[in-house]
Design a protein around this ligand. Structure first.
Ligand SMILES: Nc1ncnc2c1ncn2[C@@H]1O[C@H](COP(=O)(O)OP(=O)(O)OP(=O)(O)O)[C@@H](O)[C@H]1O
Ligand SMILES: [Mg+2]
Length: 212
């Protein structure tokens, strides 16, 4: 489903990704680990077509995410490490997600409720004025409601309280079959039951790739 071939990304004179090659298939539930600055977020951003590779290529179900972005992104539900500064109200953001991806209002509300986010009470608040954990919960709910074939979560529980983390992992259980899931996380102990493959990065390279 995802093919990364000899991918290098250079910012200035820094190799943030250095000749990375990877294949990820349906059924893989991958944790990507590595120190701060190792290149994890750069790798997933390249998968989302946000960066032009300096060298090499990425394919999402055979689509180049930089050239055929719509087709590639339609297959991916992404929850970012840092929520973007979206200047829409919660209601407008949900409406946008519903119109652009076919997720239903009901499903988004249902998942928010499970995550203990009172979305109806915050409908008219601007997204960027929500707390960090509330933003993360809403973005998780939208990603799950879209139900894509590929999920990419970049440190999705970083802003969640312990209860929120437990609920998040519980919510993912029914999504395990027939999909590819990628988690960037520093917490293998938290996520260990869910993943079946561990990729470690260091200095822009994949230094370890093991089946768990
Ligand atoms: N847009 C950019 N412009 C310049 N440098 C960048 C850019 N994006 C990433 N980098 C650099 O690439 C390196 C890898 O960053 P990246 O965000 O991929 O690390 P990470 O593994 O996700 O780290 P963390 O665990 O802190 O999230 C860093 O040195 C970072 O400064
Ligand atoms: Mg990162």
């Amino acid at each position: 489903m995802i093919q990364v071939r000899e991918l290098t990304k250079i910012f200035g004179n820094q190799h943030s990704l250095d000749n990375v090659s990877l294949e990820m298939q349906c059924g893989d539930r991958v944790i990507i680990m590595g120190q701060n600055g190792a290149g994890k977020t750069t790798l997933v951003r390249a998968m989302l077509g946000e960066y032009i590779p300096s060298h090499g290529q990425v394919r999402i179900d055979s689509f180049d995410p930089f050239v055929q972005r719509d087709k590639a992104l339609a297959r991916i539900g992404f929850v970012p490490q840092l929520p973007p500064p979206i200047r829409l109200s919660v209601q407008e953001l949900i409406r946008y997600a519903v119109v652009s991806s076919g997720a239903s209002w009901e499903k988004i509300f249902e998942i928010c409720t499970k995550m203990e986010l009172d979305v109806k009470a915050n409908m008219h608040k601007l997204f960027f004025k929500l707390s960090g954990g509330m933003k993360q919960k809403l973005l998780i709910a939208i990603a799950l409601a879209r139900d894509p074939k590929i999920f990419i979560f970049d440190e999705p529980t970083a802003n969640l309280d312990p209860g929120g983390r437990a609920i998040f992992y519980e919510l993912l259980q029914p999504y395990q079959e027939g999909r590819l899931m990628i988690f960037i996380s520093h917490r293998l102990e938290e996520i260990g039951d869910l993943v079946n493959r561990k990729i470690e990065m260091d200095l822009g390279k994949v230094v370890n790739d093991v089946v768990l």
